[in-house]
Design a protein. Structure first.
Length: 489
């Protein structure tokens, strides 16, 4: 019988990198399966029964699912694991006791903190066991060698531990100050609270979490138990809209936001029309019924005919060439877009004409300051023009680009660019995917007239029914842009 020795070189053995890649795949998939099957715990949190679960994630964070009301997302940490908290049910006994004895709410934060601490500890232990069992079991099925299987289980445990250390190192307890609401929760300003309360009263994570749980408890118990939404008397509320582009669905949305948020003044940064013809003018008539002042500047799709028509509306303030008005407790100055380019038949003047318009606006704002009537907010349609006001005004609003931008300019002025409140207008039906409907509620202090916070409202575009509200605090950041997805309409 011939020896097999001469043929041994023909048998290929796996390369080291291939073995390592295979082991990593087994570890990741096994750990995921373990967490999916047994990596969760049921624990009471205040008056609610919840299920806490760890899930693999590229961005981390915490997601609180409150079926059927929606979800709450927090940027609580950055690590390859996400904490999911599912509210399973409201315990009627505990909830009723809380509603009938409001004095117990003062100690609710301590109870919640204890519940979360206990649940998190149980979840950590169960998750460790889950990834070890998952990694070891899958390793045994794949390699059929106990040593390899145990190695896979050990690596899965090490991976979870490293993720836990990363989550601990990046833990941000104040992330609850800027939550993202989705589903029905996005339509309940009662759960968002007011800017002054968030800035002054809810610096501590436990207290804010207690407030959220309390409000959700009341919402579960009965809608009538929710306290009425009382606007902060020290806060001016401004609704910023832009680029409606002749979409009639925008007016009911704007009217609803004006009512829900008790808006003091609406600011429209232009492109309300599509071609600016006289035949389109009746589209603007719903502005008369909003019941609040409406400040408007001309966009590059709005004509002189549009501007003339709006001047006859009793609640509309048309701003152009640096004109300033005092409305809703604010001094606002603005200028219309120097270009009218509704279609390709008009040759645009480019950025040079926009910069010149912005320089004229900045000069008018400086004259206002010298006259003792400083401007609080400047408005222009094009961000290029808006940037020229840097250093002359605390806040400048713009639109045009159909996506949001938020940037502190070099001399300290905050530039806020709003997306399309019309979802790109009727032209959006030509796009592969519908544009989202975007608007923002700005909260300004009535005494200093400085921006405190803002809510970004995002609604699904044509044919979509999604809704999201995202709260942002106006901490004075260093100059520079806030990253935003770029999408031109």
């Amino acid at each position: 019988m011939a020896s097999a020795e001469p043929f041994r070189h023909l048998v290929r053995t796996p390369r080291p990198w291939a073995r390592a890649l295979g082991l990593v795949t087994v570890v990741l998939f096994g750990a995921w399966l373990g967490l999916l099957v047994v990596g969760n715990v049921r624990t009471p949190v205040g008056p609610m029964d919840t299920t806490m679960t760890l899930r693999p994630s590229l961005t981390g964070g915490t997601k609180i699912n409150i079926a059927p009301l929606g979800a709450l997302e927090l940027d609580s940490h950055t690590a390859p694991i996400r904490l999911d908290v599912d509210v399973d049910r409201l315990d009627p006994v505990r909830a009723q006791a809380l509603v009938q004895h409001p004095e117990r709410i003062s100690g609710l934060q301590d109870e919640i903190a204890h519940d979360i601490e206990h649940g998190t500890l149980d979840l950590a232990v169960r998750s460790c066991a889950a990834v070890v069992v998952g990694g070891t079991t899958l390793g045994l099925l794949v390699y059929r060698r106990p040593r390899r299987a145990l190695a896979a289980g050990g690596l899965a445990l090490a991976l979870l531990a490293a993720s836990g250390v990363g989550a601990y190192a990046t833990w941000n307890p104040k992330s609850v100050l800027e939550p993202k609401y989705s589903g029905l929760l996005s339509s309940a300003p009662q759960l968002v609270g007011n800017a002054r309360s968030i800035v002054s009263d809810f610096d501590v994570y436990q207290e804010e979490l207690a407030r959220l749980v309390t409000n959700v408890t009341k919402l579960y118990d009965a809608a009538s138990t929710l306290p009425a939404y009382q606007p902060d008397p020290g806060t001016i509320r401004v609704l910023h809209v832009s680029d409606i582009h002749l979409n009639p669905a925008s007016w009911p949305i704007i009217a609803s936001l004006v009512k829900q948020y008790r808006i003091d003044v609406v600011i429209d940064s232009g492109d309300t029309m599509d071609h600016g013809t006289a035949a389109e003018n009746q589209f603007l008539d719903p502005i008369k019924d909003l019941g609040v002042p409406y400040v408007w500047v001309r966009g590059n799709h709005d004509s002189a005919t549009t501007q003339k028509y709006l001047r006859h509306f009793r609640n509309v303030r048309v701003l152009d060439e640096g004109r300033a008005v005092t409305v809703g407790g604010l001094r606002i100055a603005g200028t219309g877009d120097p270009q009218f380019t509704p279609d390709r038949s008009v040759v645009p003047g480019g950025d040079a004409s926009e910069r010149l318009a912005g320089i004229r606006l900045a000069s008018a704002i400086s004259d206002q300051k010298a006259a003792g009537t400083p401007v609080d907010i400047a408005v222009a349609h094009e961000p290029v023009a808006a940037r020229e006001t840097d250093g002359t005004v605390p806040l400048v609003l713009a639109g045009h680009v159909h996506h949001r931008e938020n940037e502190i300019l070099k001399l300290g002025t905050r530039l806020k660019v709003e997306g399309s409140t019309g979802g790109g207008g009727l032209r959006a039906v030509q796009n592969k995917h519908p544009e989202k409907v975007l608007a923002s509620v700005l909260y300004l202090d009535r005494t200093t007239r400085r921006l405190q916070a803002w809510d970004e409202i995002t609604l699904g575009g044509l044919g979509l029914t999604t809704a999201e509200v995202s709260r942002h605090l106006a901490n004075e950041p260093r100059p520079g842009p806030t990253p935003s997805p770029i999408r031109f309409g």
